[in-house]
Unconditional design. Structure first.
Length: 408
């Protein structure tokens, strides 16, 4: 039977695909709809086998060969590549910086082989990591355990302190302080709702607990037994957030995510937005699967792309126009705001003037105004804080780890 060689073009000269035509498989009348898609442990074995083959071929001076056996696809899903169903190249792997198309082929997955010059060992590690995450989700708690543990935690309107309490619960540490005492320690800052507009905006920009506040709070409340490190995710990072979180959680490290819910995401429903926090919010992550991120405060599951979008947010807070107009009055002094470089760069005073002029001109004409909010700087930064017991290997690994690579 003759083989057909496909040329992928000059930009893919290092890849050559040979397709061996095969007669169509005879239908056995067996339904695959009721069976699991495939057993990923089988895939992990194939990855390990391809590693051994790569090493053997390299010693012989030949090109390493990564082969996917056609019988594997025939057994579990004759009409569609199981690996192609596992991962979506365009969305789920685009941020990883590695071309997984050497492993996947969506069209006609039967009897195809891929050759690539010397694939890196870390590339095989990434593939195996994705496969294991699909097969075995990583979780510190089950959903039932998470609900029980959260119900026992003291309640607070400050999401940062709630998340800190849950992190200590996950690490098995008894807090030294009560929630009432912690609220008096000044770890978090409140909005000054009764002040004039300039002071109100400044209090909004500093509202809540930033990453240094979280680290200071857990150091004190745990009596120095727990500490961690903040990993910034803005500007966007070149990483699959599920794989990154799962790697740390397998070691027993507890992540705390800082998300901006004012960052719009595609596909969110109006019902979901009604129950979401107002702006920045802290969550302890208790589970990661291929389908999403499981979090406390409140107990929820968020799609991985939504999670990453809210994580990769610039340090900004949007103030609704009604809150601005309700505090505008004559004789306000904006000089302190203009003296701060970030506020001057975002032209906050100019935004206030635009909102005020729109209201004066169009209020009685029933014409929709252009600016629904103004943007001001925030001391919050999108990212993940990793926590572990001090004087342990996990803590040393967190502190010595490199920053996540920027997405260029």
């Amino acid at each position: 039977m003759q083989k057909d060689t496909q040329d992928l073009g000059p930009q893919f000269q290092h890849i050559r695909i040979e397709v061996t035509p095969t007669p169509p498989a005879r239908s056995s009348g067996r339904s695959y709809a009721s069976e699991p898609l495939f057993q990923l442990t089988e895939v992990a074995k194939k990855v390990a086998a391809s590693r051994a083959e790569k090493k053997k071929n390299r010693e012989a001076g030949n090109l390493a060969k990564l082969a996917v056996d056609a019988s594997f696809y025939n057994k579990y899903q004759p009409r569609q590549s199981a690996l192609a169903q596992l991962v979506d190249l365009e969305e789920d792997m685009a941020n990883d910086g590695f071309d997984y198309s050497i492993f996947l082929k969506k069209e006609d997955p039967l009897n195809w082989k891929v050759y690539k010059n010397e694939p890196e060992e870390e590339d095989l590690d990434k593939l195996e990591g994705f496969l294991r995450l699909k097969c075995e989700p990583v979780a510190l708690w089950s959903e039932r355990q998470a609900r029980e543990k959260q119900s026992k935690c003291p309640k607070s309107e400050e999401s940062g302190l709630m998340a800190v309490w849950q992190v200590m619960t996950a690490l098995g540490v008894t807090p030294k302080l009560t929630m009432e005492d912690a609220l008096k320690m000044g770890f978090h800052r409140k909005r000054d709702d009764t002040s004039p507009l300039p002071q109100y905006l400044y209090s909004c920009s500093r509202y809540g607990m930033a990453s240094p506040d979280l680290l200071r709070a857990i150091e004190i409340i745990s009596n120095g037994r727990v500490s961690g490190r903040f990993f910034e995710f803005y500007p966007p990072r070149r990483v699959d957030i599920r794989y990154w979180l799962a790697g740390w959680m397998k070691r027993g490290v507890v992540p705390l995510a800082t998300l901006n819910y004012q960052k719009q995401v595609r596909g969110s429903t109006e019902e979901e937005r009604k129950h979401q926090p107002r702006d920045w919010h802290h969550h302890m992550v208790y589970g990661v699967s291929y389908d999403g991120i499981n979090m406390t405060n409140p107990i929820s599951n968020m799609k991985a792309d939504h999670f990453k979008t809210r994580l990769e947010s610039e340090s900004v807070v949007y103030i609704p126009r009604d809150e601005v107009l309700g505090r505008v009055q004559g004789g306000l002094d904006y000089t302190p705001l203009m003296a701060i470089p970030e506020w001057k760069q975002m032209n906050v005073v100019g935004q206030i003037e635009v909102v005020t002029r729109e209201e004066e001109r169009f209020h009685n004409l029933s014409i929709p105004c252009g600016m629904k909010y103004i943007a001001i700087p925030s001391n919050m930064i999108g990212g993940v804080t990793l926590f572990a017991h001090k004087d342990t290997e996990n803590y040393k690994a967190i502190m010595s780890s490199e920053e996540v690579f920027l997405k260029i």
